[in-house]
Write a protein that binds this ligand. Sequence first.
Ligand code: DX5
Ligand code: ZN
Length: 218
Amino acid sequence: MPHLIAPSLLSADFTRLGDDIEMVNRSEADWFHVDVMDGVFVPNISFGMPVIKAIGKVAKKPLDVHLMIVQPERYFETFRDLGTYCLSIHYEAVTHLHRAVHQIRELGMKAGVVLNPHTPVHVLEDIITDVDLVLLMSVNPGFGGQKFIEGAYGKIEKLKKLVVSAGSSALIEVDGGVDLNNAGKLLAAGADVLVAGNTVFGSSVPAHTISQLKMVGQ
Ligand code: DX5
Ligand code: ZN
């Protein structure tokens, strides 16, 4: 499967969000990455339901929603109603992960689990066949434009081994500090989906940067 690119709208220009969404619609990007922060799980607040509803009205590609909030179960139905394709919740934010993942799937969404940089991959051993996606954080969540943490490569390799040995169909997504220099190495390590915020929206021609990310390793 060719790898997927998910531009993170956190780095979009919110004064002209519609234009940035249109750019992604017309680009070679595959998904919209939507970062939801509550100021409790992470030390930042991003945007909430009214904004995501507006995004959903113009976005023509699947919404890949990354919840950085405590007790995410409170909002599963809401995110389904907002048109979420894949809903990812943090391992560190949920006590009953198995139940939560199945609730997401029963609502008709793909279920993703996110690991912070300090959380080892092996904690997913007993749930890897229940999830559709694992999102590995390659920065500490909360902000765009941070420095990539090199330990991510080894985690991707370990996760890839776990996915293959368990016969899981989970995709491996990487989020944080992804750029044109590390994308090739991330894909070679086993990543299937690359999130990119600052690299895309901070570039002079974002659609071209998306094409370049899409072409890496081809
Ligand atoms: C960080 C978010 C990321 C962020 C990535 O908490 O989960 O999705 O937008 O931004 P960059 O690609 O700029 O590191
Ligand atoms: Zn994210």
